[in-house]
Design a protein around this ligand. Structure first.
Ligand SMILES: Nc1ncnc2c1ncn2[C@@H]1O[C@H](COP(=O)(O)OP(=O)(O)OP(=O)(O)O)[C@@H](O)[C@H]1O
Ligand SMILES: [Mg+2]
Length: 378
């Protein structure tokens, strides 16, 4: 019997737990052609959720373009991944592919090939070398052109790992995207990414081109009420039973964070034969912490002194509510309130720490928190 828990990739079908409300909300947003900034901690399940939404929208004859910006190193790469995503539309429809591509990318000559998996890949050449304006500007008009051909079908453009845009072009691409997106009233846009702190800067800082250009949609952990039946079913359908008490303790330890929950479930499934109990959970956790230990030691060694103190403070307090209070400064040995503040900013900028909806700060990697509590307590 194979381990039913998986972590690290996109989950779908049987391995996808709940997210019913989120799917409904996002489908409604597409129907209303909303522009949404979708943010959440690393590995909280953003891409899996987006893929589930895309599958449902396409099933209802919607048109979706999924663009992963992660692999783009420069503006040219970005143009190409966008063009390939938009070109897939031309490949799916009945009319001549060449004619469709020409309609989508006016003034640009597309040359295309199909890889072994049947995925189209597009190379674009400028037809008129004197054409002014950036190349990418033209490509980003494609969704609007699809809209003109398809007035009645919902259209969604998803940019995943969107924060990468800032790293490859400074503000330039954001300015172009803002103008193109603003004129596409009847196309929905989701801007999603894993570097929450950077994404927030892109959408919430006044100097940013995309400042307040979209609504917000936070993705949170999955609630224990949804995890409990899911975990139980995954164990029982693979010939093992697990006590309710163990599931409760497991979800409490991971805070319902999808990646860490699947990771701990997977480890637990591996080390047990029949009935799974709370003591097995301890062993599964030890196993994981041992496995991750060298990564955590490397991280610890690479941190400057004050951020190290903050890492330990976050793990101990879990969560930490008043990072600059006299009590925090004294208890955790910071030089001053301003140094505890900048240590926290340092960890947030590196996405090691985040703030929960109650205002408390915590370590994003739940196992790093556990590792610190076990190894760094004085
Ligand atoms: N709905 C879900 N049900 C069960 N497990 C999930 C769910 N969503 C995510 N996971 C778990 O979390 C892992 C990460 O999911 P995913 O890649 O979708 O997250 P992400 O937020 O896009 O991550 P990243 O920040 O790296 O882009 C999955 O491999 C899976 O183990
Ligand atoms: Mg992702």
């Amino acid at each position: 019997m194979n381990n039913p828990f998986s972590y690290g990739g996109i989950v779908k079908g049987e391995t996808f737990c709940n997210r019913i409300t989120e799917q409904k909300d996002l489908i409604r947003a597409v129907e209303n052609s909303e522009k949404l900034f979708i943010h959440g901690e690393r590995r909280i399940g953003k891409t899996s959720l987006l893929k589930a939404v895309i599958q449902k929208i396409e099933k209802n004859s919607g048109i979706c373009f999924y663009i992963d910006v992660w692999k783009c190193l420069d503006e040219d790469d970005f143009s190409r991944v966008c063009a390939s995503a938009f070109a897939e539309y031309a490949f799916k429809e009945k009319q001549s592919v060449v004619e469709r591509l020409k309609t989508l990318f006016a003034g640009i000559t597309p040359s295309f090939s199909v890889d072994e998996a049947g995925k189209p890949s597009v190379t674009l050449l400028r037809a008129r070398s004197d054409k002014p304006g950036p190349f990418v500007d033209e490509i980003l008009k494609a969704p609007q052109r699809v809209r003109a051909i398809e007035p009645d079908r919902p259209i969604l453009v998803v940019f995943d790992e969107f924060q990468q845009i800032r790293e490859i072009s400074g503000l330039k691409l954001e300015q172009i995207i803002r103008s193109r997106v603003q004129e596409q009233q009847n196309v929905a846009y989701f801007f999603c990414g894993s570097r929450t702190s950077l994404l927030k800067k892109m959408f919430l800082e006044k100097s940013s081109p995309l400042y307040r250009s979209s609504g917000h949609y936070p993705i949170e952990s999955i609630s224990p009420n949804h995890w409990k039946p899911f975990i139980k079913t995954e164990f029982t359908t693979t010939g093992k039973s697990i006590t309710a008490e163990t599931i409760t303790a497991l979800v409490e330890a991971t805070g319902g964070h999808p990646f860490y929950t699947q990771m701990l479930c997977s480890s637990l499934w591996d080390i047990t034969d029949n009935t799974v109990s709370v003591s097995d959970l301890e062993s599964a956790t030890d196993l994981l912490l041992d496995r991750e230990s060298s990564t955590y030691i490397t991280l610890w060694n690479a941190l400057p002194e004050q951020p190290r103190k903050m890492l330990r403070a976050l793990a101990m307090e879990n969560p930490l509510f008043k990072p600059t209070s006299g009590k925090t400064v004294q208890t955790h040995g910071f030089a001053s309130p301003s140094s505890s503040k900048s240590a926290l900013t340092y960890l947030i900028d590196k996405d090691h720490a985040a703030q929960n909806k109650d205002g408390g700060y915590f370590l994003v990697d739940r196992f790093l928190g556990m590792w610190c509590r076990r190894n760094l307590t004085l």
